[in-house]
Design a protein around this ligand. Sequence first.
Ligand SMILES: Cc1cc2nc3c(=O)[nH]c(=O)nc-3n(C[C@H](O)[C@H](O)[C@H](O)COP(=O)(O)O)c2cc1C
Length: 409
Amino acid sequence: MPKVWTERILDDPELYLIRIDDDRIKYFEATWDIPEGITYNAYLMKLKDTVVLFDITKKEYTEEFMEALKGIVDPKEITHIIIHHTEPDHSGALPAVLEANGYRAQLIGTSFAKRFLEGFYGEKVVENFYAIKDGEDMNIGGKTFRFITVPWLHWPDTMITYVVEDKLIFSCDAGGGYSIPPVIDDSDEKVIEEYLPHVTKYIVTVIGHYHKYIVQNIKKLKELGIVQEARMILPGHGLIWRKNPMRIFEHYEAVGAGKVKKGKVLIIYDSMYGFVERRMEIVLDELRKHGLNPVVYKFTDKEAPAVSDILGNVPDSEALIIGASTYEAEIHPRIRYALYEILDKANYEKPVLIVGAFGWAGVAGKKIETLITRSKFDHVDTVESRGWPTPEEEERLRKGVRKLVRWIS
Ligand SMILES: Cc1cc2nc3c(=O)[nH]c(=O)nc-3n(C[C@H](O)[C@H](O)[C@H](O)COP(=O)(O)O)c2cc1C
């Protein structure tokens, strides 16, 4: 059974969090390994003669959500449902909520959201849907609700709500992260330190494909002045930010821009029988001589790290070293997949050194080089050879690392 939190988080206005801790999930979006789990956060605000529900939850947790909701309000009393983003982890239980509500509530979202909801759940769900314009203000229960579109954070339908008088930002996916924090907000520094790497992993795997929009949209919100003055940021996943609301958007900006941790070098390689591995031992030795901090992920016959974890380590790395064997005239399949995702989700301007091993005709190194050259990454060197590395090969590898070190510095 997932833990369900129904917490009153503000008295004025009367605001509740309904958080479902999904500890059953293994692969977010049927792709990203998240043994750390995820939470789905919805919020409910009671105002004068008005009850506003912000987002919902995943279909799988409809029963738990309805029970929690009924503990706070009679669903028939809900007058407005704000849909920030229609992805079914936030909207799956919408038909059940509307059913219990007798279809009285007005839905509010972008015109994209209306189209998507109709496609997901049918016409009836959007019969009473109001499509907002970017920056539009609506008076709801005596408060000014400002709706601001933030396209591609993380779908084209996405918007946030700013409750002007109370300076509250309901931000849905933006500001969210993986894992199930043991508390609901940012009051404990230790919790935040453990949580932020899960936020980075979430940003890269979920929004990474659109990471330039992270920077653009936060700039837009800053120009509107609302990030700086926000009293609370209330995302659709993970911690609520009320002690230092700016901090989560600063973290998003840093990841979006690929802000580096000095000295961190991400190393990814496969090795079936130890030939690439031997090369990487030489590379690691040379890196350490230069005082760099390697973070290593390797695919062998004993281990296969999650690509989601590798992706989470790209944004703050100063450089990448990719090692691969040639496999049936291709890049080894594990590295092929990891690289494909890096280029799609974590395509940053960072230097890359390529290391390859082959049996009869090297292909992997050249193929990786072509992919890197066409991406935002900078190609530093490719060192590829047959079988066990000779002393000359060892020197070529060390030279490649020194070139990378010079590039970084
Ligand atoms: C299934 C398989 C397919 C391979 N295909 C190729 C190939 O197409 N071309 C090549 O030159 N070597 C090929 N090799 C040889 C490896 O690339 C070579 O042994 C390399 O040194 C392996 O490094 P590793 O033990 O670190 O994985 C293949 C090896 C295996 C096991």
